[in-house]
Write a protein that binds this ligand. Structure first.
Ligand code: NAD
Length: 363
């Protein structure tokens, strides 16, 4: 059966890694009709909008997309296209599996954790009060009125909202993911000892969902700072991590570092109606157009997409293709070359072709 999927190449290294990924996905033999749409810098240039309505309409119609990274200039005041996309399509759960590949440089050989991260609310909600503005001054007054020491007048404030409803929905999604993928345990990541009104609510909601709806799974919790320490010492302590937005963002890069880097870290943004698959990494502007970026993270995101489309066998073969190429070590990009390895790294396109060849050979 042919599938209709939206393809957003993105900007920076996005178009290169997406082209390589599409070649590898096509080698599985699964028929996909890609509807190519723009977002990010490319879209801004062409249409004046970083997230055109046509891109959203395409995903709404097809229900599923493969997306390359898009840049958000820091400190520019431009809202993140990624956050806008997740909000517009109500993609409330970011699923980021992280596992070791034989042959990839990394401190461990047996990492196998999945981070399920909230994508709305929290400190990325964009509720910002710049220092000196009238609304900020009113807010500072309100803080003092509520009995807290009034912050200095030049204070800026970023608000961290976390609702019980969103936390429960995320926990439900994370625990059903754990159940359907044969995992046994989930750990809630938080700092409820300090932020009782937000992280405390996140933890309590997860506990309630687990107790009422998932008695077959074990749920525990861990302070985010302790989790960082334990992950870099004993990643085997963890199975599924359930985290609010900011901690999840930080932990997913940390977890990628445990298994050889961002070039091997795939992801999915899931809602009840739509799913957008994309690598954890960003647009790496300094590598753009140089044919050096690693396409494996987008290829592995493609495997998650195939599984979502019900093409489990093709997904297995695509993942096995990546594993074979990384294990072999001949056709890998610079980031997967261990220090001292004299072999020259290959380029983005060659790495994608090597996976496509490995997949084709397995058919
Ligand atoms: P980044 O992930 O783009 O790059 C950080 C570094 O990691 C790069 O300099 C590079 O050395 C390495 N790297 C990343 N991906 C790689 C790959 N595929 N192969 C080889 N090396 C790779 O993070 P950044 O520099 O903080 O962000 C750059 C831009 O990307 C920013 O505008 C940011 O907002 C955006 N971003 C987008 C997404 C997304 O679209 N999902 C995610 C994160 C960051």
């Amino acid at each position: 059966m042919a599938h209709d999927v939206t393809l957003i190449p993105g900007d920076g290294i996005g178009p290169e890694v997406c082209a390589a990924a599409c070649r590898a996905i096509e080698a599985t033999g699964v028929e996909i009709t890609w509807d190519v749409q723009q977002a990010g810098a490319a879209a801004l240039e062409r249409s004046g909008w970083a997230l055109p309505e046509a891109t959203l309409a395409s995903i709404r119609e097809r229900g599923v997309a493969l997306k390359g990274p898009v840049s958000t200039p820091s400190g520019s005041g431009v809202r993140s296209v990624n956050i806008a996309l997740r909000n517009a399509l109500d993609l409330y759960a970011g699923v980021r599996p992280c596992r070791s590949f034989e042959g990839a440089p990394g401190p461990f050989e047996d990492v196998d954790v999945v981070l399920v991260r909230m994508t709305g609310e929290d400190l990325y909600a964009g509720i910002e009060f710049a220092a000196g503005e009238a609304a900020t001054r009113r807010l500072l007054g309100l803080i003092a009125e509520a009995g807290h020491p009034e912050p200095p007048a030049d204070t800026g404030i970023s608000i961290k909202p976390i609702s019980r409803t969103a936390a429960a929905r995320l926990a439900r999604r994370a625990l059903s993911y754990a159940r359907t993928t044969g995992r046994r345990r989930a750990t809630v990541i938080h700092k409820a000892t300090v932020m009782r009104s937000t992280d405390g609510v996140f933890l309590a909601a997860a506990r309630q969902v687990a107790e009422r709806e998932f008695p077959d799974l074990a749920l525990d919790d861990c302070l985010v700072d302790t989790a960082c320490h334990r992950l870099v010492r004993r990643p085997g302590d963890f199975d599924v991590l359930v985290a609010p937005v900011l901690y999840g963002d930080l932990l997913s890069d940390l977890c990628a570092g445990l298994v050889g880097g961002l070039g091997l870290a795939p992801g999915a943004n899931l809602g009840d109606e739509h799913a957008v698959f994309e690598a954890v990494h960003g647009s790496a502007p300094r590598h753009a157009g140089r044919d050096v970026a690693n396409p494996m993270a987008v290829i592995l995101s493609g495997a998650m997409l195939l599984r979502h489309l019900g093409e489990a066998d093709a997904a297995d073969r695509l993942e096995a293709g990546v594993a074979a190429v990384v294990r072999d070590g001949e056709q890998v990009t610079y980031d997967l070359r261990a220090a001292g390895d004299p072999r020259p790294p290959c380029g983005t396109a060659a790495a994608g072709s090597a996976v496509a060849a490995a997949v084709a050979a397995s058919s």
